[in-house]
Design a protein around this ligand. Structure first.
Ligand SMILES: *Cc1c(COP(=O)(O)O)cnc(C)c1O
Length: 375
């Protein structure tokens, strides 16, 4: 007897397409029988993690038979001090995706809708649809926009909001485009939204950004009771494998979001490593600097190759091949270089590359030069 489980799933899950992660190195090497491949597909930190974080994780390994501190008391205290908020304004997650998922579980469901931009982070539509709520993708700025091609179009986002909208997602800078919103425009946009709309401001890459007019959403919490800012230890802190992120909001909003938190959602190694990572600002500064130089290196190499790209302030850059990108993606895989295809983001002619070390970037560029001759 066969059971059609998809038909039995909830309406949102029935037609849900799962998240497609970057291709893992082991998988590629197994498939092609190659070694020494380079993964520039998941915006991981090419410098690894802070040694302080690694030591702390190792120390925590001695007590893995114990449940972690459920509320992550120490890490929350530490983050509260870091950001000038109180500990009851900090909610920890198994990655910031977990925090975003909690917001959705608390506020979205059938009869409601979630609003996000076209070409925004893939988890927004996935969580929204799974909840049974309607997904409203606002048209992005056009590909030929002079400043911010493919960027968030705030007017179209505002127009998508109606009385059933409960969550609006904004990634700043956005992944996979790398585009960003400056402080005055974003602040005015949030101020004009109904207070019944919870705004998730996803700042996963904020530590990389050097633009002077780039906002820090945490500074706006006093004015916006409906704002939750999410941050992560997966990107500049180099702890993606441990799954630690957090949300910062006003206590009243956070208390409701916390109702759906899974118990012990951050493991003890993650708690310890994240705390230690905060004690190593020089690792973060070095990561930002390597990224800054790497972005310039990639930009000038792509310009020399005559390839289009979307302006980025993140730790990644999205190339426009001007033709379907699949062949080029596959050819790069055969050279041992893994990028991220973006067809599932509605960008079939683009590939996203994570900024690596100088040497990794050079290897990518020379592989790209090779494959461009053939694809
Ligand atoms: C990587 C990323 C995250 C963070 O994911 P984690 O769950 O914290 O690992 C969140 N938002 C965006 C836009 C990202 O690119």
């Amino acid at each position: 007897m066969t059971v059609d489980f998809a038909a039995l799933a909830t309406p949102g899950v029935r037609s849900l397409q799962p998240y497609i992660p970057g291709k893992p190195i082991e998988e590629l090497e197994r498939e092609l029988g190659i070694s020494n491949s380079l993964k520039l597909a998941s915006n991981e930190n090419p410098l690894g993690s802070s040694p302080l974080a690694l030591e702390a994780a190792q120390r925590a390994a001695a007590e893995l038979h114990l449940y972690p501190d459920d509320i992550g008391f120490r890490l929350r205290q530490r983050l509260a001090a870091e950001h000038g908020v109180s500990a009851d304004q900090v909610l920890l997650g198994a990655g910031s995706s977990d925090v975003i998922s909690m917001v959705v579980r608390a506020f979205l469901g059938p009869g409601r809708n979630g609003v996000f931009a076209q070409h925004a982070f893939a988890m927004y539509p996935i969580y929204t649809q799974a909840s049974g709520a309607e997904c409203r993708a606002a048209v992005a700025l056009p590909a030929d926009h002079p400043d911010m091609p493919y960027g968030h179009d705030l007017q179209s986002l505002a127009a998508a909001v109606d009385e059933n909208t409960r969550v609006l997602f904004i990634a700043n800078p956005n992944n996979p485009t790398g585009t960003w919103l400056n402080a005055p425009e974003l602040k005015a946009f949030i101020a004009a939204l109904p207070a019944e709309v919870v705004v998730v401001l996803d700042e996963a890459y904020t530590e990389y950004v050097q633009q002077s007019d780039f906002p820090n959403g945490i500074g706006w919490l006093g004015e916006f009771p409906n704002l939750i800012v999410t941050r992560t230890f997966s990107k500049i802190y180099g702890l993606a494998g441990l799954r630690v992120g957090y949300g910062i909001a006003n206590p009243e909003l956070l208390a409701v979001v916390s109702r759906v938190r899974h118990p012990f959602n951050v493991g003890s190694m993650g708690l310890a490593a994240a705390e230690a990572a905060l004690d190593d600002p020089s690792f973060v500064a070095r990561s930002a600097e390597v990224n800054h130089l790497g972005l310039r290196q990639l930009e000038s190499a792509l310009d020399q190759l005559g390839l289009g790209r979307i302006p980025s302030v993140g730790n990644f850059l999205t190339l426009d091949l001007g033709r379907p990108a699949t062949d080029c993606y596959q050819a790069l895989l055969r050279q041992g270089v893994i990028l991220r295809p973006l067809a599932n983001y509605g960008m079939p002619q683009h590939l996203r590359v994570t900024v690596g070390t100088e040497e990794q970037n050079a290897r990518f560029i020379s592989a790209l030069e090779q494959v461009l001759k053939a694809c």
